[in-house]
Design a protein around this ligand. Structure first.
Ligand code: NAD
Length: 290
């Protein structure tokens, strides 16, 4: 079935860029956000802002969600009179939010009973990747639903990997972000050590990036947002705190003991006053502070 009209729900740092990319790639894009304040930016990008959620859910051929929490995904997917009440065609939901595999599997089963599909399709690449259509997407769900969604996935990403059944995309995203959360802590500490021992953090990181201690944090985040002190990556610390919490909940459900990761989780929780939820997540690697 042809997908011409895509509905994007959640027009924040990521969703707006994805919607704009889909417009550029030739789709008709409808957008909805709880905040009417997103209308101006959406319309400037060629997205038709729809103020009533069910209007969008009833008209789109496919849906892209970019929402903060699993509970928001659930609220939108199961909105009364929305997708579950629709029977004119099969609609595939591409959920790019960082959510948890349990919620995803439950929602995917519920939507399947109504004749629709939900793919967990979390993303990596930040707001610039969303705006440029160069995201990495990690996708869980049935092969046939992946194939159905492929034109939209291809438009939004440089790489869309079908990693396994429903929930598999969420698992790999939580694994990825647990690593990023830890790398932010360890890289910040290592650079603080360098400064304290007499070599500037800038000089140390330049060498680390040609050696074996490097990571996306040292190669991209530190030079781009930490050294210049701009801290404007477009990813909120509160969302990273959510990701660490979800990863540790997944560890508990899965019966694995991850002592260092548990400590990283404590560090993120206890930093809530110094690095509030609204601050940029790269502040965790700020080596200037003790
Ligand atoms: P954001 O806070 O900038 O945007 C979220 C948007 O969703 C907001 O505009 C908000 O008003 C809207 N919203 C909230 N609840 C809603 C609801 N029930 N219905 C409609 N709209 C609603 O967040 P973001 O940074 O764009 O992140 C979105 C998702 O993508 C999150 O799950 C995040 O973890 C994930 N993510 C973010 C990044 C990043 O770099 N920012 C990267 C990868 C993944």
């Amino acid at each position: 079935m042809d997908i011409r009209t895509v509905g994007v729900v959640g027009l924040g740092n990521m969703g707006l860029g994805m919607a704009a990319t889909l417009v550029r790639k030739g789709f008709t894009v409808l957008g909805y956000d709880l905040s009417e304040g997103r209308r101006g930016a959406a319309e400037a990008a060629g997205v038709a802002f729809v103020p009533v959620l069910n209007d969008l859910l009833g008209r789109a051929d496919a849906l892209v969600f970019s929402l903060p929490y699993a509970r928001d995904v659930e609220a939108v997917a199961t909105a009364e009179g929305g997708l579950l009440a629709r029977s004119d065609r099969k609609v595939v939901v591409i959920d790019t939010s960082t959510s948890d595999p349990g919620t995803t599997r439950r929602l995917a089963a519920r939507l399947a009973r109504a004749g629709h599909a939900l793919l967990d399709a979390p993303v990596s690449g930040g707001p610039s990747g969303a705006a440029e259509g160069t995201l990495t997407m990690m996708i869980g769900g049935a092969e046939e639903d992946f194939a159905l969604a492929e034109p939209v996935l291809r438009a939004m990403s440089a790489r869309a990997v079908h990693v396994g059944p429903s929930g598999a995309g969420n698992i790999v995203k939580l694994v990825n972000n647990l690593l990023v959360a830890a790398h932010l802590v360890t890289t910040g500490e290592a650079l603080r050590l360098s400064q304290a021992a007499g070599l500037s953090a800038e000089e140390a990181v330049a060498v680390v990036n040609t050696a074996t201690g490097r990571s996306a944090v040292s190669e991209v985040m530190v030079p781009r947002w930490v050294v210049p002190g701009t801290f404007d990556s477009g990813f909120a610390a509160g969302l990273m705190r959510k990701d660490v919490r979800l990863a540790l909940e997944l560890a508990e459900e899965s019966g694995v003991d991850l002592p260092l990761s548990a400590h990283v989780g404590r560090i993120w929780r206890e930093a809530a006053e110094a690095i509030p939820d609204t601050a940029d997540f790269t502040r965790m690697a700020d080596y200037r502070h003790p």
